[in-house]
Design a protein around this ligand. Sequence first.
Ligand code: NDP
Ligand code: MG
Length: 388
Amino acid sequence: MAQKRLAILGSTGSIGTQALEIVDAHPQLFAVEILSAHTNSKLIIEQAIKYKPNAVVITDAKAYALVKQALDHSDIKVFEGHQALNEVVQWDTVDFVLAAIVGYAGLHSTLSAIRAGKTIGLANKETLVVAGALVMQLAAEKNVSIIPVDSEHSAIFQCLVGERVDSIEKIILTASGGPFLGKKPNFLVNVKKAHALQHPNWTMGAKISIDSATLMNKGLEMIEAKWLFGLKNEQIEVVVHPQSIIHSLVQFNDGSLKAQMGLPDMKLPIQYALGFPKRIANDFPRFLFKNYNTLTFEDPDVKTFRNLQLATQAMHKSGNMPCVLNAANEVVVTAFINNKVGFLEMSDIIEQTMEQLPFIENPNIEELIASDLEARLFAEQLLQNNDY
Ligand code: NDP
Ligand code: MG
């Protein structure tokens, strides 16, 4: 089998570094063609020296200068900025693009890769939240496969192998419930970033860890699933499953349920996406029944964790509303990480932004870019005015 030549966008992040561990374990299967980072110059320099990609792209100007200097005497091309990212993903020498940048910042490079017909391993769920209709339409036009990396979507994708999409009755996304499962507002009012970052089952980047604590992550995943699998809103359900062993389920129209299970380890879905359509044998730790004698399930507490409700509303309203939700959420999560807003107030700001921004039913890409910017400015303004 020929090596797959990878562009790993966001190679310094949680998903990016785990993807490189998979490359380490299977050098005969994968070659690294492109790496990208934002601020972490130290790590991308180390990665560049180790993996000898054709090019690295740095999107932060300060970090770029450091990386450029460090790799000056090597054969590795060093580029700066998002435009460069959009160009390198289209190179003929790239077979597979792992979209593992966090947030809205990952949208345009993913679109650019789809435009060039590249197979996508999609970790960046915000891409489908912001522009799901446009992304899936473009992927269909270009005959591009989007292989999910998000564990729930990878689970559903795996359950659907050999099945017809029109035989899906519904999908059930499992949620761990995050570090504050069972907590009520009187507790949540006082939580700080250090608590929120301590996820019980998964080690992830800061933004998605906060999203897991607020349940926004599950809301974003509902919207991601809607587009990825072409579902109606009513076909998407969420169940809290604190052990994170069942990664999600599909219920078919004969009542049969299929689940995909495994230990909570992102390397599994990352490896599945990189290797697809082949499974790659590995020696990761195996699930043992004796360590898990009960698997439990409960309804999410959407009264306390209002972000899940807000995301559901945005999904139903559709148009530019998920884009607005996402932008406001990115603003408040950054503010929360910087101790500038309280845990519960994050939902207030997202809600007000959704209420106040103009609704566009069928936005084009320019309108989505404008909605994103407008929603960010509005949410920032609310943060400042309210002096949280
Ligand atoms: P991290 O924060 O760990 O990493 C993010 C990566 O994106 C880093 O390489 C970072 O560069 C880069 N980056 C950040 N901001 C920008 C920007 N403005 N422009 C270009 N690059 C940028 O995130 P994760 O790896 O946790 O998550 C990545 C994506 O995958 C997210 O969309 C997340 O929702 C999704 N995902 C993650 C999972 C996980 O387990 N981590 C599970 C499922 C989905 P640098 O570090 O150099 O600043
Ligand atoms: Mg997930």
